[in-house]
Ligand binder design. Structure first.
Ligand SMILES: *Cc1c(COP(=O)(O)O)cnc(C)c1O
Length: 350
């Protein structure tokens, strides 16, 4: 890996971050807060929240097995994705490499930040190799994006290839593990100590059943996390989100039960889907959705929308022609989907 000073944008390296009222007194036992122009009435929402979310990070640390100083929390993973561009990629100069197809936000944030995006097409099994990814890189490649399990394909990317990329690449490797809770593999966050150029993304939006609160996580070396903290908005995670996340993370019993139900439903739904006349292929999945090739994705998508059932049409995505991405719902929802597909008019089968 290059020195972090060579990877961080020079303006970010030189940046003096905004110092909030709550940053400056830290360490003292304060009880009168006349520093932030808050209203003294209306506790607790009258007060600015902890900019570094210390209490929540302690809990995340216990749940995830990552030290608090190696955790960044943001307004969804999307904040971490955007911040990585803003901290490491010089607009108009630097570039990033990503597997293709994958999660759309990596490309959108690259475009917003005027950073060249270099997609590397997966093979027929939706796999890649370290050689393929590294040969797309040059001296100005700052980030490599690897989503695993990958969205929209559902499969995990071969772990030995991911480790090879991390070992050989001079910049940062971002492994987005939004769906790793649904997968049996050892999560990549446990590789952080040995790999200073690794950044792992997690989210509360999928397995943790909290998409509405907007809480995403990045795990990385203390030095990388310090760079992200310097650039983020001071109060990027609001108090209601911090409180709700503490509640969910401190009693994961519902989550574990729901995960078991989703995994059971995943195998039932896929087994039934494979028997449908519309189904050409269901791809292997390690996530809470599956990608299926069907007879005519657009027509089937439209037919389902008519019946109030919304799946994701991926037919215009590379390698995903005539594919639908289907999220696992409740048993009732999955049954309704399968029932609708069984009643499909004959002419949609070709
Ligand atoms: C859903 C998803 C996320 C989650 O994004 P949030 O902003 O945390 O809701 C991140 N990465 C991938 C690949 C996803 O599919």
């Amino acid at each position: 890996m290059k020195d972090l000073e060579q990877l961080v944008r020079p303006n970010i390296l030189a940046l003096a971050p905004y110092s909030s009222a709550r940053d400056e007194y830290s360490g003292h036992e304060a009880h009168v807060f006349l520093d932030a122009n808050e209203n003294p009435y209306g506790s607790p929402l009258n007060r600015y929240p902890d900019p570094l979310q210390r209490e929540l990070k302690e809990l995340v640390s216990q749940v995830k097995g990552v030290r608090p100083e190696c955790i960044f929390l943001g307004n969804g993973s999307d904040e971490a994705i955007d911040l990585l561009y803003r901290c490491f990629c010089r607009p108009g100069k630097d570039n990033v490499v990503a597997i293709e197809p994958t999660y759309g936000m990596y490309k959108v944030c690259a475009d917003v930040n005027d950073v060249e995006y270099r997609p590397v097409l997966l093979d027929e099994q939706f796999q890649t190799t370290a050689d393929d990814l590294l040969s797309a890189c040059d001296d100005n490649t700052k980030l490599i994006w690897i989503c695993s399990p990958n969205n929209p394909t559902g499969n995990s990317i071969d772990r030995t290839e991911v480790m090879r990329v991390i070992n050989r690449f001079e910049g940062l490797v971002v492994v987005d593990e939004a769906y790793s809770d649904f997968c049996r593999q050892l999560p990549m966050r446990h590789e952080l100590k040995r790999n200073p150029n690794l950044v792992v993304l997690n989210t509360m939006s999928k397995a943790w059943a909290s998409a509405a609160i907007r809480l995403g996580m990045a795990f990385a070396s203390r030095d990388i996390i310090e760079v992200l903290n310097k650039v983020k908005y001071p109060y990027n995670v609001n108090l209601l989100t911090q409180q709700k996340a503490m509640e969910v993370l401190s009693d994961p019993s519902d989550i574990e039960r729901w995960m078991q139900m989703v995994l059971q439903e995943r195998s039932n739904t896929i087994a039934a889907f494979r028997l449908l006349p519309v189904c050409k292929k269901v791809y292997p999945t390690d996530a809470n959705f599956f990608l299926a090739r069907v007879t005519n994705a657009q027509a089937i998508y439209d037919y389902l929308v008519e019946r109030g059932i919304i799946v994701r049409n991926r037919t215009r995505v590379q390698l995903c022609q005539d594919c639908l991405r289907i999220t696992i719902g409740t048993r009732t929802e999955n049954t309704e989907l399968l029932g609708a597909l069984r009643q499909l008019p004959e002419e949609l089968l070709s």
